[in-house]
Design a protein around this ligand. Structure first.
Ligand code: SAM
Ligand code: GLN
Length: 294
């Protein structure tokens, strides 16, 4: 078959798309236009930059316009491409799961480095990820710590379907178990009392006020993945409280926290719940982002 006659170069398609997204008020217009073009053409950035004169055929052009239309509705790029990178691993995402965030990498790094040095050598450590969503936390922990077993829970069956796909994609499915239910309650009745080296969670933590001002892209994510009650702390408090009976003596809970929440959670853990040691880890922007209680 003869090559179809291209109708527009990649460079021209890209600058027109950047302009269109920019005029619609999308802050990351250029980057988004590029990522979406790479997605439609099935090429990497190097290729796009090396061959800016490459012509889009009619079907590529049409598909590019179609994804731009979706982006103009403020649908996040990751929902359009169906993927997002987290901890240098590619995760499948759809509209049933939160798009994994860079700040959550701090939580995973903190947890994996603590588990590496913890005295659980005799038996493989068991870790729970509560509210696993895409499985970003559970799968990356299992990926980076090759002997650890992870139990991942979520209230959403649709989220668990995606999480399971991600565990298979990264070939850790034999070490990650998925349970549907409310927070830590799916752990009950499984003989896990005082058996877990760590309980990790990035729970929904936005307050009602924060929910009212989220960017339009975040508003496209599941509300059930974001809203943490009036002050945003409902899930975090419950996880801290209910985790105690599942932790080994040296075990710990690690929670991602929203802006201004870490100190409140740390005090609650220490003063009300009687955790021995409580620490706070800052993110790259200097915000208190992770609370660790052991
Ligand atoms: N762990 C993923 C991450 O960090 O990218 C997703 C975190 S998202 C902020 C919170 C997750 O908690 C969502 O997947 C949501 O479905 C789940 N969730 C909400 N309420 C829950 C509940 N009562 N019990 C268990 N999971 C819940
Ligand atoms: N960090 C998310 C945001 O952008 C909130 C995630 C959560 O509630 N855990 O708004």
């Amino acid at each position: 078959m003869a090559e179809p006659i291209g109708i527009v170069t990649a460079r021209d398609a890209l600058s027109a798309a950047t302009r269109r997204l920019g005029e619609a008020g999308i802050p990351s217009a250029r980057l988004d236009a590029e990522v979406l073009l790479m997605h439609v053409l099935g090429i990497k950035r190097e290729h796009l930059y090396a061959h800016p004169e490459r012509r889009l055929d009619f079907s590529e052009y049409e598909r590019y316009q179609a994804v731009l239309e979706r982006r103009l509705t403020r649908l996040p790029v990751a929902y359009i491409t169906g993927k997002k990178e987290f901890m240098s691993l590619e995760f499948i995402v759809d509209e049933h799961v939160l798009i994994p965030r860079p700040e959550t990498e701090i939580l995973v790094e903190e947890v994996t480095s603590r588990l590496k040095i913890s005295p659980h050598k005799a038996r493989p450590a068991i870790v729970a990820d509560i509210g696993t969503g895409s499985g970003a936390i559970a799968v990356s922990i299992a990926w980076f710590l090759k002997t650890v077993k992870v139990i991942a829970t979520d209230i959403s069956a649709d989220a668990l379907t995606i999480a399971r796909q991600n565990s298979e994609k990264h070939q850790v499915d034999h070490r990650v178990e998925f349970l549907q239910g409310d927070l830590v309650s799916p752990l009950a009745g499984r003989g896990l009392e005082h058996k877990l080296a760590a309980i990790v969670s990035n729970p929904p933590y936005l307050s009602r006020r924060a929910m009212a001002v989220v960017p339009p892209e975040v508003a496209k994510e599941p509300k059930s993945a974001l809203f943490g009650g009036e002050q945003g702390l409902d899930f975090s408090f419950t996880i801290l409280e209910d985790s105690r009976r599942y932790l080994t003596p040296g075990g710990f809970v690690a929670l991602e926290a929203g802006y201004g929440q870490a100190k409140i959670l740390a005090e609650f853990a220490k003063d009300v719940l009687g955790y021995d040691e409580v620490g706070i880890v800052l993110d790259l922007a200097g915000i208190e982002r992770v609370v660790i209680a052991s």
